[in-house]
Every structure is written in structure tokens, then in C-alpha cells.
Ligand binder design. Structure first.
Ligand SMILES: [Zn+2]
Length: 233
């Protein structure tokens, strides 16, 4: 009986089992095979060094944009507790260093997934999509970019706190809408595409580019707003 390796694309259950065939690593302490995302060796209990993993796999989450943020926090907290370097103190400095490196890697993955923009970038590159090249004014005519150009122009002219606040509010609403649209855009691309159709992700990539421009403007508003708060005499 032969087994084909070419399963359906996107067949990823979240990698909870960690049994990714062919990707096993030897445990540094006992030499037995360990799954790349294993925090410690199931045979001898040794803390494993963090391997190169995408943030979703590292935190045991499904590769999707609309992750459950509560589950994200829970997974991060649980894994971090399990890898508390103190727990490996008796096992020597090497394992303690591994545990600490795991905690750092878990935090980095957590920070990526918690931020919608960084999460979208991570998912896009993971699934083979390419970021939309965003030259600002260059591709102005496309869906809603005029609106952004308009807000940018208003921001340039704005010279009182009230107008800055108004622009900030509008930006916030558009940012929320972008984040809301990203989930179905990714879902559509992930179900529609095979591995050879990265263009399926163009929709998500465009929304992401828009989101980044809006975020940049929002940061500008925050800076200017902060600078306007007069020092009290
Ligand atoms: Zn071991």
C-alpha cells in the first residue's frame, strides 16, 4: 500500500499533535525523536531549544486570521508556565537556557499574533501570498484609496485639536472595518486556492496595505495630538 504525500492543500488541523513526518529533531539530552514544536522531550523531559516555527504553530493555533484572542492568551500563558526556567533549574544550565529561549520565542509569537497587522503579514507569507506593493499616491484610484488620500489631505490641513480628533475617529472606524474584512478575505483565499495560486490572496493583501496606510495616518494623528497638548503654566 502506497501513501500519497499530496494531500489536499491547506490540510492543517493546527498541528496540535506536532507529528509532522520527516521534521522530527533529535532530543539534545537523550537523542530520541522530538516534534519540532515540542517544548520538552516526552521521553526524558528535557527542555528543547525553540525551532524555527511560524507563530501559529508555535502557539498551537490554527492558521487563520480570525483566531480566538482568548485562546491565544491562554495558550501563551500555559506554554510559558510549562517552560518556566525555574522548573528546569535542577536539570542544568543548558536546559534552563533552552527553557528561557522557548519563553522568549513564545512571547515573540504571541506579540505577532496579537497585532492584526503583524498577524496578517505572518499569515500571508505563510500561505504564499505576496504583500500588495503600496506606493501611496501611485495606485490612488483603487478601492477606497481616494478616501485615504482625502483623509491624508485633511490631516495635512488640520490645525486644531477638534479636527484632529474628528480625523482620528474616522480613521479608527476604517481601521476596524479593514480588520473585519480581513477575516473573510483570508478565509475565501484559503478555501479557494491551491498552493499554486498565490493570487487568491490579492484581496487580503490589498486590505492589508490599506490597513497599514490607515494605521500610519492614525499614528500621525496621535503624534500631532500629543504635541498639541499645551504645557500647563
Ligand atoms: Zn529526551
Amino acid at each position: 500500500m502506497t501513501r500519497s504525500k499530496s494531500g489536499p492543500p491547506g490540510n492543517n488541523s493546527g498541528g496540535i499533535s506536532g507529528a509532522i513526518a520527516g521534521d522530527l529533531e533529535p532530543c539534545g539530552a537523550c537523542g530520541r525523536s522530538v516534534a519540532p514544536r515540542a517544548l520538552f522531550c516526552h521521553a526524558c523531559g528535557a527542555a528543547q531549544p525553540p525551532r524555527s516555527l511560524d507563530p501559529f504553530t508555535r502557539l498551537g493555533l490554527e492558521r487563520r486570521f480570525d483566531i480566538d484572542l482568548e485562546q491565544l492568551s491562554k495558550q501563551h500563558a500555559g506554554f510559558t508556565r510549562a517552560m518556566d526556567p525555574e522548573r528546569f533549574a535542577a536539570r542544568g544550565p543548558r536546559q534552563q537556557a533552552n527553557a528561557k529561549a522557548q519563553v522568549d520565542a513564545l512571547r515573540e509569537a504571541y506579540e505577532v499574533l496579537r497585532d492584526p497587522i503583524r498577524r496578517a503579514h505572518a499569515l500571508l507569507s505563510l500561505l504564499g501570498g505576496t504583500p500588495s506593493v503600496d506606493d501611496g499616491a501611485e495606485n490612488g484610484a483603487e478601492n477606497g484609496d481616494e478616501e485615504i488620500a482625502d483623509l491624508a489631505a485633511r490631516l495635512t490641513r488640520a490645525d486644531d485639536a477638534l479636527e484632529l480628533d474628528r480625523i482620528g475617529l474616522e480613521l479608527g472606524q476604517r481601521i476596524e472595518a479593514c480588520i473585519k474584512y480581513l477575516a473573510p478575505a483570508f478565509r475565501k483565499a484559503q478555501t479557494a486556492s491551491g498552493p499554486d495560486s498565490p493570487s487568491a490572496f490579492d484581496g487580503a493583501a490589498r486590505i492589508l496595505a490599506r490597513l497599514e496606510r490607515l494605521e500610519a495616518l492614525a499614528a500621525d494623528v496621535r503624534d500631532r495630538r500629543a504635541a498639541r497638548t499645551p504645557p500647563r503654566p
